[in-house]
Design a protein around this ligand. Structure first.
Ligand SMILES: C[S@@+](CC[C@H](N)C(=O)[O-])C[C@H]1O[C@@H](n2cnc3c(N)ncnc32)[C@H](O)[C@@H]1O
Length: 497
């Protein structure tokens, strides 16, 4: 039974009790499920608050000067897990307290929040509300009308939209009819990339998601064509996503902002690649890494800084390879430039660099339906085999991508973020994220000898590292040698980002 836990009952972060394991967050058999969930909320909230106090960090707040991130990236793992458990229990508590009869009415606010964000961005309201102090709806409507080249923004409509948004912690009304920023709306006003992300989500992702059923009706639910997607229906185009986006510089800019946010979020931070794989074992011998689809070299540059003996070839479409080379020549010191080279290469064609230690595929295969992903992998097999077909014993493929959890394996607050990515891949590319079994099947389809040697799940990473070897043995060894590793022996389900 839940008891009383005051914030004084835990004295230091050293003594923190283990957080509630994910499975316990679904107490369907509990005689008191509401109380149990509330207890989990309290227990984990205390852990987080206590940590923040002990580190002299601000407590979470909706006030305009409230912190935009609850925990710093350096927060210990148990505190980060406590925050995840807290969010999960709070979400489940809300769902259970609302009950099935209120499921449908509670879908509506989510739709309206997205609609409000799109409108608030369209009329630049985040930037028109002063960063400090409050403004009346009357003055804001006048300012917004002026800022939008004389388009009349009626005060009553502005008020309705802002008051809806306010129920989701966007803006505050500290006194009747005057509004000011909240911590969240202030972040959207200050950070151009977060603003672009919100714009991209509300004007592209949301219409795309809503067009999924129509797309499956117009084409087929099983289409894997890149231009028969929900995106094609929502934006009335026959072009695949990236080609369509290229035609619209503003859309491209928004997408770049979205990608910058995605790639700088903790879950996708490059540190998980740098620290998550034993690169030092290749380092002594001046190992060679080919970053296939390595964009403008972000991963290779980070790795080259951490491992001064490694050499890299970054391959991407010619425009990206050129842009990467030019940016590198301008900004990087000689010792890095000497070890990182850029090469235009289409990964749907056979690999041209032989004898590398690692062929890295980071966030590549999830963009592609199985038949293309299989072709990309097939193109790497000959360079693992070597020219004479003999076992080289060193070249590996390293895939860094999402591994979908089984339902309920991670807290639902975290699982739903991964499932958003899975559906986004389907709706935009007719592709999908893969679970471990689907990864195995993909490798087998590419070549029966491709073997998943180990899966490393760095703590806090939204993606796992899948090390793949070409097995050139006779095949009568029963031991498949597979290893699954989670960092620090802790449950690894902090997949924020
Ligand atoms: C999602 S990004 C991943 C970039 C990078 N690996 C990373 O981890 O940040 C996919 C990359 O694949 C590249 N790409 C798409 N089609 C390609 C092709 N046919 N050949 C080579 N690169 C391609 C894109 O230009 C882009 O840089």
């Amino acid at each position: 039974m839940p008891g009383n836990l005051s914030s004084n009952s835990i004295q230091s972060t050293e003594n923190m009790a283990p957080t509630v394991p994910p499975a316990a967050a679904a107490p369907s058999s509990s005689p008191f499920p509401l109380e149990d969930l509330a207890w989990q909320c309290t227990k984990n909230a205390v852990l987080v608050s206590q940590y923040l106090s002990s580190e002299n960090l601000p407590q979470p707040s909706h006030a305009a000067d409230g912190p935009s991130t609850v925990l710093p990236a350096s927060a210990p793992q148990n505190v980060r897990q406590a925050r995840q458990s807290l969010m999960d229990a709070a979400l489940q508590l809300f769902q259970l307290a609302a009950g099935p009869s209120e499921f449908v009415p509670n879908l509506a606010p989510g739709v309206q929040y997205i609609s409000c964000v799109a409108w608030l961005i369209r009329y630049d309201i985040f930037h028109l509300v002063p960063m400090s102090g409050a403004i009346s709806y009357t003055d804001l409507a006048t300012t917004a009308s002026r800022a939008n080249s004389g388009v009349t923004i009626p005060e009553e409509r502005l008020k309705s939209i802002i008051r809806m948004a306010m129920t989701s912690a966007l803006f505050l009304e500290p006194e009747p009819n005057r509004i000011c920023h909240s911590a969240t709306s202030s972040l959207l006003a200050r950070d151009a990339d977060v603003h672009s992300w919100a714009s991209y989500l509300s004007t592209r992702s949301a219409p795309t998601a809503l067009a999924m059923t129509a797309a499956h009706g117009r084409f087929s639910p099983s289409s894997v064509a890149k231009n028969e997607t929900a995106y094609n229906v929502a934006f009335n185009t026959e072009l695949p996503f990236f080609e369509h986006l290229k035609q619209n510089p503003e859309g491209m800019q928004e997408f770049a902002g979205y990608m910058r946010n995605v790639t700088t979020s903790d879950g996708l931070d490059i540190k998980h690649l740098v620290n998550g794989y034993p690169w030092e074992t290749l380092s002594g011998s001046g190992g060679l890494v080919v970053d296939v689809g390595g964009s403008t070299g972000n991963a290779a540059i980070a790795l080259s800084r951490a491992y001064p003996d490694l050499r890299f070839v970054v391959q991407d479409l010619p425009e990206n390879a050129d842009a990467g080379r030019k940016a590198a020549e301008k900004t990087l010191p000689r010792d890095i430039l000497e070890r990182v080279t850029f090469q235009g290469h289409d990964f749907t064609q056979p690999q041209t660099v032989e004898g590398a230690d690692v062929y890295l595929l980071r966030m590549i295969l999830h963009d592609w339906p199985d038949h293309v992903a299989v072709a990309i992998l097939k193109n790497l097999v000959p360079v693992l085999e070597g020219k004479d077909g003999e076992k080289r014993g060193r070249g590996k493929i390293l895939i860094m991508d999402t591994v979908l959890p089984a339902p309920g394996q991670v807290p639902s607050a975290a699982e739903r973020i991964v499932r958003v990515r899975d559906l986004t891949m389907m709706q935009v590319f007719n592709s999908h994220e893969r679970d471990l079994e689907q990864w195995r099947q993909l490798l087998e389809k590419a070549d029966e000898r491709l073997r998943l040697a180990r899966v490393i799940e760095p703590f806090g990473s939204a993606m796992a590292l899948l090390e793949v070897e070409l097995d050139t043995s006779s095949g009568d060894d029963d031991d498949d040698g597979f290893q699954q590793e989670e960092e620090d022996d802790e449950e690894n389900w902090d997949i924020s980002g």
